[in-house]
Design a protein around this ligand. Structure first.
Ligand code: GDP
Ligand code: MG
Length: 313
């Protein structure tokens, strides 16, 4: 046995033996990508809604398994884009997948193979990093159906591995994490140990308010709104004053967001404030303004705020 100081063995040099990888989570809208990243990270980094296309830009959530740092990237769903914002979202998802070390293709097992899954499976042929099939929502499907679906998908593409999970209930998620920790590349960690997301608190705060809008407003309206944090003041007593603007495209939409006597925006504000207080662990004073900005979707500034590329046409 070579001479070795036991203290050295216990505390390896920083970076030695470590692994780190970027793992993109892709899939059709509503497959459960945001629910999964929150589960993987163990805390809420991405907003979730039963409505499609809630996630507009890639969000990173970080977790550590043994010597591995796993940097998960939640992406907007991949679908056939129509509007300019749709195109920016889909492009962001596709380029994130191309640059990642590992790609998780999340499929809603209840929906099975539909048009959007077929489309994505066609696109992933261009990806060189390993693609792992993750069947989600297994809490809602029978075992034999699940096995048939697994066989079907593996016939369409040769996945590096297949996992079956319930992002909502948590089953299967630990096995997935253990596997990922083993296959990510060797190398130093990209983020400090205690970091769980690279989203700024301002951006997170805007997302939480947007989630509440998805919760309380119906039909197309949430898609025609965007939220910006316009002011952030920290106070000595630990509390924070946050001002945000909800942009809508028309006066009629502004009236809906406000509600009778302002009751809808008050409800959104109250719930968002509560959730932000919990997330940040401090008292939050939240002030929401609702403004009409026609065609905000055509304004490059809003894309920069979300970290999206502005599609030229
Ligand atoms: P995304 O569009 O892919 O990010 O999907 P979300 O994470 O926003 O989830 C879409 C919907 O599916 C939400 O209503 C979730 O609560 C639901 N969902 C996500 N994962 C599961 C799961 O494992 N089981 C069940 N039953 N529902 C889930
Ligand atoms: Mg999402």
């Amino acid at each position: 046995m070579p001479d070795q100081d036991p203290a050295d063995a216990a505390a390896p040099e920083e970076g030695v033996g470590r692994r780190c990888g970027f793992i993109a989570i892709i899939g059709a809208p509503n497959a459960g990508k945001s629910t999964l990243i929150n589960r993987l990270v163990g805390t809420k980094v991405a907003i979730v809604s039963h409505k499609v296309q809630t996630t507009r830009f890639p969000v990173r959530g970080i977790s550590i398994v043994g010597d591995s740092q796993l940097v998960f990237i939640d992406t907007p769903g991949i679908f056939a884009p129509r509007r300019r914002l749709d195109r920016a979202m889909v492009e962001a998802a596709s380029s994130t997948a191309t640059e990642a070390d590992v790609v998780l293709l999340l499929v809603d097992a209840v929906k099975g193979v539909d048009a959007s899954v077929t489309r994505i499976v066609d696109q992933i042929r261009a990806i060189r990093s390993p693609v792992i099939l993750v069947l989600n929502k297994i809490d809602k499907i029978r075992k034999d159906e699940l096995l048939a679906l697994t066989a079907d998908l593996n016939n369409r593409h040769s996945f590096a591995a297949t996992f079956m999970v319930s992002a909502l209930a948590g089953s299967g998620v630990d096995d997935l994490m253990t596997y990922l920790a083993k296959i990510v590349p060797e190398g130093p960690w990209h983020y400090p140990e205690d970091e769980i997301t690279d989203a700024t608190e301002r951006a997170t705060a805007a997302e939480i308010t947007r989630e509440r809008i998805y919760h309380h407003l119906h039909d197309e309206l949430p898609y025609q709104t965007t939220v910006e944090t316009t002011s952030w003041k920290d106070f000595k007593d630990g509390s924070v004053r946050i001002e945000q603007t909800i942009f809508v495209e028309r006066e009629s939409q502004r009236r809906i967001v406000l509600g009778d006597g302002g009751k809808t925006v008050k409800l959104i504000s109250m719930e968002s404030r509560r959730e932000l207080g919990r997330m940040f662990g401090r008292v939050v004073h939240l002030f929401l303004h609702v403004k009409v900005k026609e065609r905000w979707e055509d304004d490059p500034e809003h894309y920069r705020e979300m970290g999206l590329e502005f599609p030229k046409e």
